[in-house]
Ligand binder design. Sequence first.
Ligand code: ADP
Ligand code: AMP
Length: 218
Amino acid sequence: MNERATYIVMLGPPGAGKGTQAKVIAEELGLMHVSTGDLFRENLSRETELGKLAASYMNAGELVPDDVTIAMVEERLGREDCVKGAILDGFPRTPAQAEALDELLTRLGGKVDLVPFIKVPNEVLIERLSGRWMSRSGRVYHALYNPPKVKWLDDEDGSELYQRDDDKPETVAHRINVYYEQTSPLIDYYQKAGTLVEIDGTQDIEVVTKDLLKVAKA
Ligand code: ADP
Ligand code: AMP
């Protein structure tokens, strides 16, 4: 019997495939998929104060302030459906968030067990983000690399797919810079902690999934 929860942090630049993979491996491992981007977008569609605040940063390709983001994750990981643990997607994104996560998981009786770092070069990221199609329920498609069965419609519920406002070329370039400036120091942070495992994110989606499951189940 597994006595404590498992927490996996998906690390990598925007467009690396974190969301795509997190959804699949969370199901396979029986863990919750917790995406801070999805949580902000849900808040925005419900027009909450948090959603409105987050949107002003998201549309500019900037990070939402640490205190707000950390409080949202703390609330989410404390819920009953996360007792077995979670796959964190898009969090942490700054050293302050990483430290807050360590503290929070200690309180919850766990720790960051594994950090797959999905490595993909910049030119591929831009191509991926400009062709990304999203469903309202967070499923991720790509016009060429992972097309839905029917163009612009979700395979599962038939709802209409959309392109994210922050996937516009100008915003994408800025988000990649923000990643290098604010998030990439976490590679070193988790390398020192001994939890980082590099994954080649340029491979086909199914091959990346296989590599991730291999390290997660090791
Ligand atoms: P992230 O969550 O890291 O920002 P996503 O999972 O949303 O990235 O993926 C970005 C885009 O790239 C999506 O359109 C997705 O369908 C596509 N994609 C993800 N992984 C791959 C892959 N291994 N090969 C080709 N396209 C991919
Ligand atoms: P994502 O869906 O992960 O690409 O995130 C979309 C946007 O949400 C980011 O560009 C940020 O504006 C915001 N966001 C998501 N996660 C975080 C986080 N951990 N810290 C700060 N901002 C975040």
